[in-house]
Structure formats: structure tokens, C-alpha cells
Design a protein around this ligand. Structure first.
Ligand code: 13P
Ligand code: SF4
Length: 318
């Protein structure tokens, strides 16, 4: 048996083991678009942050494995506290969520009384507990549009998404100064070069990217929105400015189209990976189903306070 065959057999065995354990545990596997392709292919449901939260409310299984990052597991736990919510690697955090500590966010809110607090879903449960309405990149504009134009709003934690929503809604929300280390790193110079090399290519960008990049984009949207555009448009070539995991689904669903990942600054790498998202592996997925650990735990009082703003988002997104 050559090395490649050995690796293939090992992967196939792992997948079989995961499917067997999933059945034994009566579990369901959710996966975000930034996961490794092999995990996306094994998941029962894949989606962006909004779709995964929506799916969570409809699940009947007692065990949910969230293949994504910690805040995504917390969102499922908050919506379904009676379920066991497993994550393959508890260290799969989020630099954006980490850029907004609950104590500091509370001080910011207290310093600006009379504001409605909107938090991006990429936040800890403790920050959600300080929030009036949660949003994702899919629904942030629509949710903000439901509020009276003179309503005073605090938006946290992503400055790029917040400033983008300010620009498309004509608002003047107070924006927390946080960011995602993946989306802030895309190279504008490389984008300009790629646009010259591929003049027909459409630029697809996630709103967590910097303003200078968003100005050059043809489409700005959540991972699901970018995938939808790629599938439905007549264009054949796309430069993709978001985490590289989405390319797996884009190439799978649009085999006749070309997707070019935008590289980060100062790097010889061709694409931009979220090191947190990529901590999850098939081995760790198997292990968490086998050991029923690590599981997400959220303090009951935090669950009670954080559920309302998430439910409000889900209601506004129907
Ligand atoms: P989506 O809301 O598009 O799934 O994005 C989640 C995320 O972590 C972006 O970095
Ligand atoms: Fe967080 Fe950025 Fe990774 Fe998304 S890509 S999970 S925002 S660190």
C-alpha cells in the first residue's frame, strides 16, 4: 500500500467511525463554511452563523456537535440549554470575540446611556448578555433598518462591519474598536494586481474586511450571501476575500467557475486561513463524539440574559 492509499484508508475509517458514533449518540453535526472541506462534507448541516443558529432551534437530537468556533457552540447552547453541545476543540476561539471583553464592553455601554446595544454574533455569551439585539453579517443591515432612524445605537465588536453598516444605512452608530485578524489582513495591493490579471473577475468580500477593500468589492456579504451570489450570477471568475474554507463549497457547487483566493499581506501563502477554525480535525471530531467531551458550558444566568437578544434576531430574520 503506498502512502497516499494509506492516508485515504485512514480517512475513510475515521469517517466511518464518526458516522457510527454519531448514530450511537443520536447526535447531529453542524459545520461552518470555514471548516476543513472533509468536515464540511461530513456535516449534516453547513451554513453561515445565522443559518447555523436557525437550524439549532429546529433540531430534535439531544447531542449537537458544532464544528466551528467557541461562540458558535455557545449560541447553540444558549438556544438549546437542555442539549449536550460538543465542540471538537475548545481552543477554537475567535480574535474578534476576544477583542471585546464583557467588563470593558459594559463600561462602554454605561458611558453611553440611552443607546440600543447591537452585538455581532462573534461575541462571548457574556457580551451577548449585555446586548439588546444580536446580529450576524447576514442580517445586520436588515435588523438595523427595523429601528427608528434617530435611535441611538452602540454596535460591537467589529469596526469594519459596524462602519460598513453605518455607510449603507446612513446611521451614525457608535462602533466598538474590534476586528478579526483574518479579514483585516487581506492585501489591497494583491487585490489590485489580481484585478489586473483577471479583469472579468467579480470581487466577493466579507464585511469584516477593511473599508479600502470593501470599496473595491463587487459584492459584500456573509459567507452564505457570497456563495449564493457565486451560484446565481452569470459570472465565471471570482476573487474571494474571506476565509479560504468557503472555497471548498464554492468549487463544489460551481464546478464550472473559477475562484481565486485573495492572499493576506506579507505572506507567500495563496489564501487566508482562520487558525481557530482550522483547529478542528476529523480525529478531534471522532474523539469528542467518543468521549462526549469537550462540551460547551454556559452559566445559567448568562443563558437567561443572552437568549433574548438572539431570539430577537431570529424573529427579525424570519
Ligand atoms: P458568517 O456570518 O458569514 O458565517 O461569518 C462568520 C465569521 O466568523 C466571519 O469571520
Ligand atoms: Fe473569528 Fe475571524 Fe476566525 Fe471568523 S475568521 S471565527 S471572525 S477569527
Amino acid at each position: 500500500m503506498n502512502v497516499d492509499n494509506y492516508a485515504d484508508v485512514k480517512t475513510e475509517n475515521l469517517k466511518e467511525e464518526i458516522l457510527r458514533l454519531k448514530k450511537e449518540r443520536n447526535a447531529v453535526i453542524l459545520g461552518h463554511y470555514y471548516q476543513k472541506g472533509e468536515i464540511q462534507d461530513l456535516a449534516d448541516f453547513i451554513g453561515d452563523s445565522l443559518a447555523l443558529a436557525q437550524i439549532a432551534t429546529k433540531l430534535t437530537q439531544p447531542v449537537v456537535v458544532m464544528c466551528g468556533v467557541h461562540f458558535m457552540g455557545e449560541t447553540v447552547k444558549i438556544l438549546c440549554p437542555e442539549k449536550t453541545v460538543l465542540v471538537p476543540d475548545l481552543n477554537a476561539g475567535c480574535s474578534l470575540a476576544d477583542s471585546c471583553r464583557p467588563e470593558e464592553f459594559k463600561e462602554f455601554i454605561d458611558a453611553h446611556p440611552g443607546h440600543t446595544v447591537i452585538s455581532y454574533v462573534n461575541t462571548s455569551a457574556a457580551v451577548k448578555a449585555l446586548t439588546d439585539i444580536v446580529v450576524t453579517s447576514s442580517n445586520a443591515k436588515a435588523v438595523v433598518d427595523t429601528l427608528p432612524h434617530d435611535e441611538k445605537i452602540i454596535f460591537g465588536p467589529d469596526r469594519n462591519l459596524g462602519n460598513y453598516i453605518n455607510s449603507v444605512t446612513g446611521r451614525d452608530m457608535l462602533v466598538w474598536d474590534g476586528a478579526c485578524h483574518v479579514h483585516e489582513q487581506f492585501s489591497i495591493e494583491k487585490l489590485v494586481e489580481l484585478k489586473k490579471q483577471h479583469p472579468a473577475a467579480k470581487v466577493l468580500a466579507h464585511p469584516e474586511c477593511k473599508k479600502a477593500l470593501l470599496i473595491l468589492a463587487d459584492v459584500v456579504g456573509s459567507t452564505a450571501a457570497l456563495l449564493k451570489y457565486a451560484k446565481e450570477s452569470g459570472d465565471k471568475e471570482f476573487i474571494v476575500a474571506t476565509e479560504s474554507g468557503i472555497l471548498h463549497q464554492m468549487r463544489k457547487e460551481c464546478p464550472d467557475k473559477t475562484f481565486i483566493p485573495l492572499p493576506p499581506d506579507d505572506s507567500s501563502c495563496a489564501c487566508n486561513d482562520c487558525n481557530f477554525m482550522k483547529l478542528n480535525t476529523l480525529e478531534k471530531l471522532r474523539d469528542c463524539l467518543r468521549d462526549m467531551s469537550p462540551a460547551i458550558e454556559v452559566d445559567e444566568t448568562i443563558i437567561d440574559r443572552a437568549r433574548q437578544p438572539i431570539v430577537r434576531m431570529l424573529e427579525l430574520s424570519k
